[in-house]
Write a protein that binds this ligand. Structure first.
Ligand SMILES: *[C@@H]1O[C@H](CO)[C@@H](O)[C@H](O)[C@H]1NC(C)=O
Ligand SMILES: *[C@@H]1O[C@H](CO)[C@@H](O)[C@H](O)[C@H]1NC(C)=O
Ligand SMILES: *[C@@H]1O[C@H](CO)[C@@H](O)[C@H](O)[C@H]1NC(C)=O
Ligand SMILES: CC(=O)N[C@H]1CO[C@H](CO)[C@@H](O)[C@@H]1O
Length: 394
C-alpha cells in the first residue's frame, strides 16, 4: 500500500514537473499561399500541441515602430485576430508575435537598438499591437546583432542586451512573455550576444539548432545533427556543428537550462551530389537539390513533402548516421538531410536529459498535418508531445 502511494505520489510529481516543459511553435504565415495540400492557414493549427505559438513575422520601420509585414493578411483579412482566437479553443495556449526574421535584415534593428528613443518607440508600438490583438508575448528575431548589414557593429551586442532589459521591465508590468530566437554556435552567437545578460531578461531562449549544413556548402552535411556524427572524424569537439555542442556553449556561457528551448526543424535540406559513387555525409555537392511541390524552393523540403516522396518512391535509399542520430536519404545524385519521428524523439530525450525548457519548432506548417504519410495528423508535433509528457496527447 505504502509503495503504491509512493508510486502515485512520484508519478503525480513527475507529471507536474513534465507539464512545465514548453513546446514553442513558430508558424510561418506565408504558408497560407501554398498550393494544394501544402496550404496551411490558422485554421490548420492544432492548438493543443503547442504551449506557445509564435506568429512569424512582423517588421519595423526606420523609426523602430513595429509594423505588420502583410497588412492585407495580418490585419484586413483578420489573421492576427484569428490566430489569437486559438486561445478560445485552448485557454492555456500563449499566442505570441515575432519581429524580424532573415528577410528583415539587421540594419534597422541595429539603428533602433542604439537609440534610446527608438527603443522606447519599438517597445511601445509592440505593446500597442499586443494589446490590440490580444497577443500574450513577443519574440525577438533580429538576425543578427553585429552581423550581416549591421550599422553599429560590435555595439549591437550591449545595445541588444539593453533593449531586452528595457523590454522585460515593461513587459513585467503586464505579465507578458518575452523570448528571442538566437543563432546557436559559439562562432556566430559570440559575435551577437552577451549570453548571460540576455538570458537573464528573456523568459525563453529559442536556440536555432538547424541550418548547420545546407546546399550553400561544398560538401553534404546534416541540417541538424544532434551529436558528433559517423563522418566527423577527428574534428575537435568545439568545431563540430551539432546541436549538443551549441547547447553546451549556451549553458556554459550563462543561459540557465530551464530557459533554453532546443530548436528542431520540420524541414530538410537537399543537395545535388557531384557523383553517385560518393554519396556519404561530406560528399562533394554541386549545390541545391530537389524542391518540394508546395514550398517550391531548391535546397529545401518540408517534412510533409519529403515523407510523401519517400513513401511514393521506393528508389530512395534511407540511411542513418547512428552517432549524429539523424537520417539522410539518397537517390541517384539527390541527397537530402532531414528529421523524422525517430530523430525528433531522440532530440526530445536529449532536451529532457539536459533539463532544458523544452522544444522549439521551425516551423509547424511543414509537419504532416494532413497525415499523408500515415504517422497520424501532426506526426512530428505529436512525437514531441508524447516524448515530452510521456502520455498520449489530444
Ligand atoms: C519617423 O518619425 C518621424 C518623426 O516623428 C516622422 O516624421 C517620420 O514620418 C517617421 N518615419 C516613418 C517611416 O514612419
Ligand atoms: C478569419 O476567420 C474568419 C471567421 O472564421 C474568416 O472569415 C476569415 O477568412 C479568416 N481569415 C483568414 C485570413 O483566414
Ligand atoms: C554581459 O552582461 C553582464 C550582465 O549584464 C555584464 O556584467 C558583463 O560585463 C557583460 N559582458 C560583456 C563582455 O560586456
Ligand atoms: C544603451 C547602449 O548601450 N547604447 C549604445 C548603443 O550604441 C551606440 C552607438 O554605437 C552607443 O553610442 C550607445 O552608447
Amino acid at each position: 500500500m505504502k509503495v503504491l502511494l509512493l508510486v502515485a505520489l512520484l508519478s503525480a510529481l513527475s507529471a507536474v514537473y513534465a507539464s512545465k516543459k514548453v513546446v514553442i511553435c513558430y508558424y510561418g504565415t506565408w504558408a497560407v499561399n501554398r498550393p494544394g495540400l501544402g496550404k496551411f492557414g490558422v485554421e490548420d493549427i492544432n492548438p493543443y500541441l503547442c504551449t506557445h505559438i509564435i506568429y512569424a513575422f512582423a517588421g519595423i520601420d526606420t523609426n523602430g515602430t513595429v509594423i505588420p509585414l502583410d497588412v492585407e493578411l495580418d490585419i484586413n483579412m483578420g489573421n492576427y485576430r484569428n490566430f489569437t482566437d486559438l486561445k478560445k479553443k485552448n485557454p492555456k495556449l500563449k499566442p505570441m508575435l515575432a519581429v524580424g526574421g532573415w528577410a528583415e535584415g539587421s540594419a534597422k534593428y541595429s539603428e533602433m537598438a542604439a537609440d534610446p528613443a527608438k527603443r522606447q518607440n519599438f517597445i511601445q508600438s509592440a505593446l500597442d499591437i499586443i494589446f490590440e490583438y490580444d497577443f500574450e508575448g513577443f519574440d525577438l528575431d533580429w538576425e543578427y546583432p553585429n552581423r550581416r548589414d549591421t550599422v553599429h557593429g560590435v555595439d549591437d551586442i550591449e545595445n541588444f542586451s539593453q533593449l531586452v532589459k528595457e523590454m522585460r521591465e515593461e513587459f513585467d508590468e503586464y505579465g507578458l512573455i518575452l523570448t528571442a530566437a538566437v543563432s546557436s554556435f559559439e562562432a556566430s552567437a559570440s559575435q551577437s550576444y552577451n549570453v548571460s545578460a540576455i538570458s537573464q531578461y528573456l523568459h525563453y531562449v529559442n536556440l536555432m539548432t538547424y541550418d548547420m549544413y545546407g546546399p550553400w556548402e561544398t560538401l553534404t552535411g546534416h541540417n541538424a545533427g544532434l551529436h558528433k556524427g559517423d563522418f566527423d572524424g577527428s574534428t575537435p569537439r568545439e568545431q563540430l556543428f551539432t546541436a549538443d555542442v551549441a547547447v553546451e556553449y549556451w549553458l556554459r556561457d550563462g543561459c540557465p537550462p530551464e530557459k533554453l528551448a532546443l530548436g528542431v526543424p520540420f524541414y530538410g535540406h537537399s543537395f545535388k551530389l557531384q557523383s553517385e559513387t560518393n554519396s556519404d555525409v561530406r560528399a562533394p555537392s554541386n549545390g541545391a537539390g530537389i524542391a518540394g511541390p508546395y514550398t517550391g524552393e531548391a535546397g529545401f523540403v518540408g517534412y510533409n513533402e519529403f515523407c510523401a516522396m519517400l513513401k511514393s518512391d521506393p528508389s530512395w535509399s534511407i540511411r542513418k548516421d547512428h552517432l549524429a542520430k539523424v537520417p539522410y536519404a539518397v537517390k541517384g545524385l539527390d541527397w537530402v538531410s532531414y528529421d523524422n519521428p525517430r530523430s525528433i524523439r531522440d532530440k526530445v530525450k536529449y532536451a529532457l536529459k539536459k533539463k532544458l525548457a523544452g522544444i522549439m519548432i521551425w516551423s509547424i506548417e511543414t509537419d504532416d498535418f494532413h497525415n499523408v504519410c500515415g504517422g497520424g495528423a501532426y506526426t512530428l508535433l505529436k512525437v514531441i508531445n508524447n516524448a515530452l509528457y510521456k502520455k498520449p496527447c489530444l
